[in-house]
Design a binder for this molecule. Structure first.
Ligand code: SF4
Length: 335
């Protein structure tokens, strides 16, 4: 396979809130000055999305969506009896509490994606809390045993230019914590030096070797990057409803540099599918307008490093999958 797997599904991206209790070094999201989404509007957006696309992926983003657990709960309850959507909840892991764990257990089809940057030193160094907030690594460690028991739990390992040289060490420290389902996210739309890009390449090569060794040993180790692709690196394309009820073709709207320039409608006056598709087609030109050439070149380079990692891993992944299928067939044949 020559490129990352193409698994296109219609996607509704709900910005539950722009607010966040962290100020991560690489975060482009404008956090203040926008009201939170209401539960009614979240339900309305879902109904509109399902009527228009017949279902697909619903992604709950922020800011930090678990600052509004009531809205997350309203969404999960609203779709609990429908089979045409898959729900993904992204979180920084600082707002877990027993009621939220109970909610997730009650909705086992939800995929929980938790962002961790690696060992405490790098994680807390990059994911800076607002004054009065505790460092987030300790909060994640506190809840990890219960999170590992959820049926669909994935860790997004974010890799900043400054931590690229330690990305493999950070990956191993996350594995040592019992994590076996990963999504690797190198920092997009940031300037990367040639040294940092070389460090990322080297780290990804070491991570690839770890995956190959694990799969050869029959271990289940999951890498979400093998199964998704996006037309715009980092930003999600789809039917994007911002916290202020405006509709966009991409969550680029979150980035300070872009602001409201991607608005194509509101929940009261939604765009046609054609208008949304036309607006999505304009996104690359908009990116070229708001980011400097070196940042765009870095982004393309980082994406190529990630693509090379995936291309290297596909043969080992398919071999391991075939071996597992053969072993399962042997067991059922013997039964
Ligand atoms: S947790 Fe997410 S939204 Fe909050 S600052 Fe970090 S990257 Fe941005």
């Amino acid at each position: 396979m020559g490129a990352r797997a193409d698994r296109w599904r219609a996607a509704l991206i709900l910005t539950v809130t722009r607010r966040c209790n962290l100020r991560c070094a690489y975060c482009p999201t404008v956090k203040d000055g926008v009201p939170d989404l209401s539960a009614d509007d979240a339900r309305r957006a879902i109904d509109l999305f399902r009527a228009r696309y017949g279902g697909g992926d619903i992604k709950l983003f922020g800011g930090e969506p678990l600052l509004r657990p009531d809205i997350v709960e309203a969404v999960l309850t609203h779709v609990s009896d429908v089979s045409d959507v898959s729900v993904y909840l992204s979180t920084n892991g600082t707002r877990f509490e027993p009621a939220i764990l109970d909610l997730l257990r009650a909705h086992p089809r939800v995929t929980l994606t938790l962002s961790i940057d690696g060992a405490a030193r790098d994680h807390d160094g990059l994911r800076r809390p607002l004054p009065g907030e505790a460092p987030s690594f300790a909060a994640i460690e506190r809840w990890l045993p219960e999170l590992l028991g959820l049926p669909r739990f994935v860790v997004t390992q974010t890799i900043a230019p400054s931590t690229a040289a330690r990305a493999a060490a950070n990956f191993r420290s996350l594995r040592a914590m019992g994590i076996g389902r990963f999504n690797l996210l190198p920092g997009y739309y940031l300037p990367w030096s040639a040294t940092q890009l070389a460090a990322l390449e080297q780290s990804f090569s070491a991570i690839a070797a770890d995956f190959e060794a694990a799969w050869n040993a029959g271990e289940r180790l999951y890498l979400r990057n093998l199964f998704v692709s996006a037309p715009t690196p980092f930003f999600n394309t789809g039917f994007v409803v911002d916290a202020d009820r405006t509709i966009h073709p991409s969550n680029l709207v979150l980035a300070e540099a872009v602001g409201p320039r991607t608005v194509v409608g509101t929940l009261d006056d939604p765009p046609s599918a054609e208008a949304l598709a036309e607006a999505a087609a304009r996104v690359p030109a908009l990116l070229a307008e708001v980011y400097t050439p070196d940042v765009l070149a870095s982004t393309a380079a980082v994406d190529r490093v990630l693509t090379r990692l995936c291309d290297r891993l596909y043969p080992a992944y398919f071999r391991a999958r075939t071996a597992r299928g053969t072993a399962a067939a042997r067991v059922s044949g013997a039964a």
